[in-house]
Ligand binder design. Structure first.
Ligand SMILES: [Zn+2]
Length: 499
């Protein structure tokens, strides 16, 4: 029902690589800069042969750039990979993914990584990127084939002479990312609202989180008209509220994670054509990223009090489905004029943000595969970032760059509000003409945050053909690693308390 955590044992191996050590290695990957004098060629087995092969055989930029075998009993395969020392984290992860795709083609049970020619920080960054990519590469995804695909043999990664990397951190992030990708990849008849709820219940039990489920009648009582407008045709719809409290059980949350969980998006009455409805089971990825982030924090034993809110429903077509020009009243009393039933994400998030804000979190972060216009603006390589605290924008960019999950902020100035003016209600839901729907969506969501510090990620990078950064699958689970960086390296909570 839930994926087994990826098991990759990571250990360090000291230099020099003696014959005896090499005899125990099936495959050695050597990573060095493209140029530079700092490379310890003497420590690299078959260095001269590799350099010669590199000059003769390979096209420039090939990954690996050369490959040879040792004449030992293990026939140790040695692959040389060149990675520029000025590469960004994203580039490092991309190179690592490509190198490992090649290496894992040989299906080794163990792999050693020797990094040479970089300063200490960079050596750790390279080792970290390869470790992340190795974990991601052997992660299994749901398969419904009668003959299940064989799991990769890789069980052990040796870091040779590498400095320090925080394995527990990488493992926790991997587990969060894996969960997000796994849930997003499940077909919509398995991960419908009821199936999703069951899986979250199992995880909450495993992790010791409190869980509440607000079903449609509970939401009716709360007046959550925005969520319920979308959920009319899904009797299993509802909002999940998870609480992680490492200390005081009654503590107000430091952090509220909120996610869009549209288990299938037909577009509703404004139905999508087939080519745009394909893969619309992905439309719950935001909630899976929120859940994966909570899982990573929980696995790390974070001392933050965290709430996690998942807005779960399908956007279906039925006799009751909501229509253009309906007026609905959201939980916080805002009246909304419906303009397009395919803009359902902002509707379900509106009430979920109101519920999250009522618990008085220090900061709220939401994730949603929300708009096509964010994809038009950024492609599927970056995700969009929005916040009602301008000061946070540099932190968001830094967290994206440092984690390899790149985000770019968009403006949210007040004058955008003119585009959401309705003649009959407090606000339009969206516009069906004009551009910048990703900005208008963020302006719309802001109305439900009760002016709490809030960050919104429009996950345009949730699906990128052929993989993205360290992640080899089209579904990226984008956001878990970036959020952990935002919280643990960029000091989001401290920054928020100062603004
Ligand atoms: Zn939609």
């Amino acid at each position: 029902m839930l994926p087994d955590p990826t098991k990759l044992t990571v250990s360090t191996l000291d230099l020099p690589l003696t014959r005896k050590k090499l005899e125990s290695l099936e495959h050695l990957v050597v990573v060095v800069p493209k140029t530079g004098r700092g490379i310890q060629w003497k420590a690299i087995p078959q260095a001269e042969a590799l350099k010669k092969l590199e000059r003769r055989n390979r096209a420039p930029g090939a990954i690996p750039s050369a490959q040879t075998r040792l004449g030992n009993k293990a026939q140790t395969l040695i692959s040389l990979v060149r990675v520029d020392s000025s590469s960004s984290t994203f580039e490092l992860q991309t190179q690592a993914r490509k190198a490992l795709a090649h290496v894992l083609g040989f299906n080794p049970a163990s792999l050693a990584l020797l990094v040479s020619g970089y300063d200490d920080d960079r050596t750790n960054a390279v080792a970290g990127a390869f470790t992340i990519a190795a974990m991601a590469a052997i992660t299994t995804m749901p398969s419904a084939k009668s003959k299940q695909p064989k799991a990769a043999r890789l069980k052990r990664l040796h870091l040779v002479g590498a400095g320090e990397i925080d394995i527990e951190r990488l493992r926790a992030e991997q587990r969060g990312n894996q969960l997000a990708r796994w849930l997003t990849s499940l077909p919509p008849n398995q991960l419908d609202a009821a199936g999703y709820r069951k899986r979250v219940e199992a995880l909450a039990k495993e992790q010791g989180w409190d869980m509440k489920f607000l079903n449609r009648s509970a939401l009716q009582k709360r007046g959550a008209g925005a969520f319920l407008a979308v959920a009319r045709a899904d009797e299993n719809a509802g909002i999940v509220h998870l609480r992680y409290r490492p200390g005081d059980k009654k503590a107000a949350p430091d952090l509220a994670l909120v996610g869009k969980g549209i288990c299938f998006d037909t577009g509703g009455t404004n139905v999508k054509p087939a080519q745009y409805m394909l893969n619309m089971h992905d439309d719950m990825q935001g909630s899976a990223v929120a859940l994966g982030t909570l899982l990573a924090l929980s696995e790390l034993g974070s001392d933050m009090a965290v709430d996690c809110w998942l807005a779960i429903t399908e956007n279906l077509i039925s006799r009751d489905s909501y229509k253009q020009n309906e007026i609905v009243t959201a939980l916080n009393g805002t009246t909304i004029e419906i303009m397009h039933t395919d803009a359902e994400g902002r509707m379900v998030l509106a009430d979920t943000l109101s519920l999250a804000a009522a618990e008085q979190p220090a900061v709220m972060i939401d994730y949603a595969t929300l708009t096509g216009s964010c994809v038009s603006a950024l492609t599927t390589r970056y995700s969009g970032a929005f916040t009602n605290r301008d000061d946070l924008n540099p932190l968001l960019i830094d967290a994206g760059n440092a984690s390899g999950e790149r985000v770019w902020p968009f403006p949210m100035d007040d004058d955008f509000e003119e585009s959401l003016r309705s003649n009959i209600a407090d606000t339009l839901q969206c516009r069906i003409d004009g551009g910048g729907d990703h900005i208008l969506a963020a302006r719309f969501l802001q109305k439900f945050c009760d002016d709490k510090p809030w960050i919104h990620f429009d996950l345009s990078a949730g699906r990128n053909k052929g993989g993205l950064g360290a992640i080899p699958t089209d579904v990226s689970g984008f956001g878990v690693r970036m959020t952990l960086n935002l919280l643990l390296e960029q000091g989001l909570l401290e920054k928020v308390s100062q603004t």
